[in-house]
Design a protein around this ligand. Structure first.
Ligand code: SKM
Length: 277
């Protein structure tokens, strides 16, 4: 019988650290298995996913730009449907199922990095794309009662707000300063602050003293936003690498049958790889 293997389906996909994460767990848990990258252009997605099992895979992660398209090629669970995107595929009872583990990746990372974060009643989310939808879904599920969503194109924030109901409020980008004093949680889901991109212009001094600042960007590991939050002192922070590590847990469990842990050793391994290039 074949060794069970999963893959990452993306386009482009070569930059992904998922193989390092899953191979570390396979090795440390003593499981015979594999995890490889599959660069699949949009026009080939349907064929690739429909033949996933024939290609020898027990499941897959899905990343940009395929997370929405994969819904129609699988049986999405309630969470994937609510977020409107899936990042994890697996087989159960002969059918290909999908879920979204970015939600628990974000939330579990916050729980690990900034315990007590959910005391916040008011949150500010920057960006209104797919990652923002996963974040907003998780925040609402944990009882945050007011989520402002700021986006350069206000209409996209409006669409997201309508989708998630009365506790989510679209915010014009130039009104961010107005809500900072009430925001106990700030989350950047945009690519601003990523290596080679412009940085965010947010005055963290205007946040409450006990605010939590989270960034989904993980290259660099400490973004200018997180650095500013740390420099101010007293603010708790959560970086993007933690979310990447925590979203991987459920997929591994579904494919290989054991629930792995996000350890300091794993984090150090990925951090070392990210800083060497
Ligand atoms: O949702 C995750 C995905 O499962 C894996 C990934 C990666 O390997 O870069 C990024 C995120 O989209």
């Amino acid at each position: 019988s074949r060794i069970p293997a999963a893959c990452l389906i993306g386009w482009p996909a070569a930059h992904s650290r998922s193989p390092l994460i899953h191979r570390h767990w396979l090795r440390t848990l003593g499981i015979e298995g594999g995890y490889v990258i599959e660069a699949v252009p949009p026009e080939d997605l349907r064929d690739f996913v429909l033949r996933l099992s024939l290609r020898g895979f027990v499941g897959a992660n899905v990343t940009i730009p395929h997370k929405e398209a994969v819904l129609a090629l699988s049986t999405p669970d309630a969470r994937a449907r609510a977020v409107g995107a899936a990042n994890t595929l697996w087989f159960a009872e002969g059918e290909l199922r999908s879920t979204n583990t970015d939600v628990e990746g974000f939330i579990n990372n916050l729980d690990a990095s900034a315990p007590g974060w959910d005391m916040a009643k008011e949150a500010l989310v920057l960006g209104a794309g797919g990652a923002a939808r996963a974040v907003v879904f998780g925040l609402l599920e944990r009882g945050i009662s007011c989520v402002h969503v700021a986006n350069r194109t206000l209409a996209r924030a409006g669409t997201l707000a309508r989708q998630f109901g009365p506790n989510v409020h679209p915010l014009p980008w130039d009104a961010i300063g107005d809500v900072l004093p009430g925001a106990r949680l700030l989350v950047n889901t945009t690519s601003l602050g990523m290596h080679g991109q412009p940085t965010l212009d947010i005055d963290v001094a205007r946040l409450p003293q006990d605010a939590v600042v989270a960034d989904l960007v993980y290259v660099p590991l400490v973004t200018p936003l997180l650095a500013a939050a740390m420099a101010r002192g007293g603010l708790k922070t959560a970086g993007g690498l933690g979310m990447l590590l925590h979203q991987a847990v459920r997929g591994f469990e579904l494919w290989f049958g054991r629930r792995p842990e996000v350890t300091a050793e794993l984090r150090a391994l990925i951090e070392a790889d990210l800083t060497k290039s």
